[in-house]
Design a protein around this ligand. Structure first.
Ligand SMILES: CC(C)(COP(=O)(O)OP(=O)(O)OC[C@H]1O[C@@H](n2cnc3c(N)ncnc32)[C@H](O)[C@@H]1OP(=O)(O)O)[C@@H](O)C(=O)NCCC(=O)NCCS
Length: 208
């Protein structure tokens, strides 16, 4: 799949979103990032960030190497089935793998269940550069322009301000709060917030 299908270019706030993609979106590029299928060489740095307490502070637990590798396998099998998913993110200039951003199913028992969520997890060294917002903008282009979705969701712990800030930068707005069914009762991370962006809202944000 090397054929390049040009998608789009627009400004989202201060972020230049210039997206090119291959067929089935195995590979996409934005102004500063390569979004691609996962490589064997991603497994070690991905396990490092999944095992890092600070990076995972809004998840009930860190992941060990085996759980991290299982996650990569699941992501890759979804790419095989659907042609899109949680892209491995690489900084184009350096080739450094920094984590993932992309599209995933909203789990059962959450608002928007059955729909798609946009999500992100980056290594600490890649925070505060706008990378999550940039890559997520490209994922939104796929969701709305190519998959034809009417809405996209995102959710996180109510405590996860950095993630909520990404949602807001992308133009999503809060639609409700809920207790995450997979987080144990009484756990500080159980209260979650759900955000949503409609096709019309994304079109408006792109128009400036
Ligand atoms: C959630 C997460 C991806 C947010 O990362 P982030 O760096 O805050 O978000 P972005 O990549 O969009 O970067 C935005 C920041 O880059 C800054 N920035 C710097 N250069 C920029 C540029 N050229 N363009 C845009 N923003 C830029 C912005 O001002 C903003 O700064 P701030 O963090 O001081 O407010 C990150 O905290 C993370 O991976 N956390 C661990 C995993 C996690 O919790 N995931 C979500 C679970 S639901």
């Amino acid at each position: 799949m090397t054929e390049i299908a040009y998608l789009t270019e627009f400004m989202l706030g201060r972020i230049l979103v210039r997206v090119t993609a291959t067929q089935r979106y195995d590979t996409m590029s934005t102004a500063r990032l390569l979004m691609r299928r996962w490589l064997e060489s991603d497994r070690e740095p991905f396990a490092a960030l999944n095992g890092d307490q600070e990076t995972m502070r809004f998840f009930p637990q860190t992941l060990d190497r085996a759980a991290s590798d299982d996650f990569v396998d699941t992501i890759e099998s979804r790419f095989e089935e659907q042609g899109y998913g949680l892209w491995a993110i690489e900084i184009t200039d350096t080739g450094e793998f920094i984590g993932f951003t992309g599209l995933n199913s909203m789990p059962a028992g959450t608002p928007g269940a059955g729909g798609l969520e946009v999500g992100w997890r980056l290594a600490k060294t890649a925070w505060h550069h706008g990378y999550a917002t940039e890559a997520a903008s490209a994922a939104l282009v796929v969701a709305f322009d190519r998959l034809g979705l009417d809405e996209i969701w995102s959710m996180t712990s109510v405590l996860n301000e950095p993630s909520i800030a990404v949602m807001r930068r992308l133009g999503l707005s809060e639609v409700g709060r809920f207790d995450h069914p997979r987080v144990p009762e009484g756990h500080v991370l159980r209260p979650h917030v759900c955000y949503r962006l409609t096709r019309a809202e994304f079109a408006g944000a792109r128009a400036g």
